[in-house]
Structure formats: C-alpha cells, structure tokens
Design a protein around this ligand. Structure first.
Ligand SMILES: [Zn+2]
Ligand SMILES: [Zn+2]
Length: 342
C-alpha cells in the first residue's frame, strides 16, 4: 500500500501542470482509505493541490497528523462507569455508536432526502460516501492569515446544502467538560438517545455527548468562526439508523469563499478581538473603543456574554493565545459547542 506522500510525489513527477481533473483524481487517491496506508488531512494551495500534511500540536508540544474519519469513532471503555445523563432514553452505558445515535425519531429531519416521515429510505453508508466525495471535490483546506487553517469552497454551493458530517470520537459530556480549553477546542455537541414525541412534538430535553475531533475527525474540524457565518451546525439523521451532526449552508456560497459558522457568544473572551473581518462583526465595537478606554467595552461584553451564554446557541471557546498561521496550535477556531440551534 502507498502512503499519501508517495502518491503526491508520483503525481508531481508524472504531471507538470495540475489540471482540475488531475487534482480531483489526486485528492480522491490520497483520501481513499482502501488504497492508502493511513489517511491524514493535507493543506491545499488555491488550486486545491495538497501541499503540506497538517499537524495538531498537543499540549505537550507533540506534533500529531490528523486522521480522516468518515464516521464517528467510539471506545466503550470511556463510557463504562459514567453516569447516565438526565432524560436519556436507551442502553447505558452504551456499548456502541448505535446505542447513542442509532435511534433517531422519524420526526427528525433526514439530511439526505429532507423527508421527516416514513417516506425516507436513506442509507447512512451511501450518504457518508457521497459526503466524502463532496469534501474531496468541492472544498479545500488552506491556511488563512492569523487563523490557522480554514475551509474554502472550490465550487458555488447553493443555500441549504449539507456540506458534510462533523465526525470525531464520541466522548461523554462529563469528560470533555472537565478538559482544558486547549483540549476541548475541537469538541462539538450532538444529542444522544431516543427522543420522545408527544402530540407530534419532539421532546426539548435532549441529553448530549461530545464529538472530539482533535486527533481524528472530518474536514469540518477546520471550520473558522464568523459573526456573519454562511453555514451552521445542525443535528439531523440519515435514514432511521443514524443521527448525525452536519454543517449546512445558510446561503449561497461563492467559489473561493471561506466557509464559516458562528461559534456563539462565548467564543471571544474579554480583551480578545475577533478575526472574522465581517462588516457586521459584533466585536468591532470593542476594538474601536480601545482608544477611548477599555472599561466600557469590557463591561458591555461581559453583559452580552451573560445574557446569551445559554444552551440554545452554538458556543465555542476561543484560543487566540498563539495566532500564527499554518500551525494547528495557532488555529483561530478554537471551540467548544455546548449546544446549537437545530
Ligand atoms: Zn432520508
Ligand atoms: Zn467577528
């Protein structure tokens, strides 16, 4: 079996100029788990050509390549002995991904066919394959000034498109809530267990767990924050066998545009500035006040956070302590999702 590196070397020796078709084939080859020894994420140039393997820098300084996960991973030993969350319906402790995410209600929307009732006959493995192709053909991972790596569209994407599944290792909420900020920045929330449907309405009490994409996950772990985001996270299902966390476009996304989500009100901590660059950045006010005194700005920000920091928003932690580009440690999209709008 070849390594991704060897495939890229061979490709570069054989073709002098990258074309759209050759780049597509190259990417499909390096991300095809059945023909490559191990699949890791690569940073790409503006044409989509892979140029450097991306490394996550651990808290002890170790550089770790980031594995591509098409589907979530699960380790039962992490769940043994953990407390069953309030309102959880299902097997506890869970023995498989299916125990946690395999029993969506038929009323939950299907990401594949968008049907909400019995009409849906979708198949999760087929959809996961399609999403992997979508990533390889339509998205590129590139470094962004001051924000580490980010995601960019390589084609025009219509509003309401499922961009892929946010995958990683499923971890109990109690475990990731006790982690250090630097360790939880790639953890997103997903609802678990069976949901009750009373009078046609789904229960609003939904326990959740974390999807930890630090060392392995889908390309969506590279999503950066914007106060004017063009995409959002949503919990949906695919067929009746799998609940998934997806990113979907909120509006039409142009070719070359960065794909972003809103990390929520806890993302920027007092004294930090937002790098989203949007005209409607809700933290611009704070930066402007720098000249006239920070006191007012900080108290205003604290108030805002206190009012909005509830479980109904996407909410993520920032990590601007190292704002270099190209290094995972300096990644500007540090985040913890502690809940999101569906
Ligand atoms: Zn369906
Ligand atoms: Zn902003």
């Amino acid at each position: 079996m070849l390594t991704q590196n060897n495939i890229i070397l061979q490709h570069n020796q054989n073709s002098k100029k990258a074309t759209v078709a050759s780049t597509r084939n190259l990417l499909r080859n390096i991300y095809n788990a059945s023909t490559v020894e191990a699949t890791y994420f690569w940073g790409q140039n503006s044409n989509g050509v892979p140029v450097d393997m991306i490394k996550y820098i651990d808290t002890d300084g170790t550089e770790v390549p980031i594995s591509v996960l098409k589907e979530n991973a699960f380790d039962a030993s992490r769940w043994a002995g953990t407390r069953k969350p309030a309102y959880y319906v299902g097997t506890w402790p869970p023995n498989s991904i299916h125990d946690l995410l395999g029993t969506p209600a038929k009323e939950e929307e299907c990401a594949s066919c968008r049907a909400i009732m019995e009409r849906c006959g979708c198949d999760y493995p087929t959809w996961a394959d399609e999403m992997q192709d979508f990533f390889v053909d339509k998205i590129r991972i590139s470094s962004t000034p001051g924000k580490g790596h980010g995601l960019f569209s390589r084609a025009k994407i219509p509003q309401g498109t499922a961009l892929g599944e946010y995958t990683g290792e499923l971890v109990p909420k109690a475990l990731y809530m006790s982690m250090h900020d630097d360790e939880t920045q790639y953890v997103a929330d997903i609802d678990i267990g069976k949901w009750k449907c009373v009078g046609g309405k789904l229960t609003t009490r939904r326990p959740s767990c974390g999807i930890d994409a630090r060392y392995r996950g889908s390309f969506l772990r590279f999503l950066n924050h914007s106060c004017d985001a063009n995409s959002r996270l949503a919990v949906v299902r695919v067929g009746m066998g799998a609940r998934v966390l997806i990113t979907e476009s909120l509006r039409s996304i142009d070719k070359g545009e960065e794909i972003t989500i809103d990390y929520g009100s806890e993302y920027i901590r007092p004294g930090e500035s937002c790098l989203c660059g949007s005209k409607t950045c809700r933290y611009r006010r704070i930066e402007k006040v720098d000249d006239v005194g920070m006191d007012d700005a900080e108290s205003e920000h604290t108030k805002e956070t206190a009012n909005e920091g509830d479980d109904s928003d996407v909410s993520m932690h920032s990590d601007h302590s190292d704002d270099d580009s190209g290094s995972e440690y300096g990644h500007g999209n540090g985040r913890v999702c502690r809940g999101f709008l569906i």
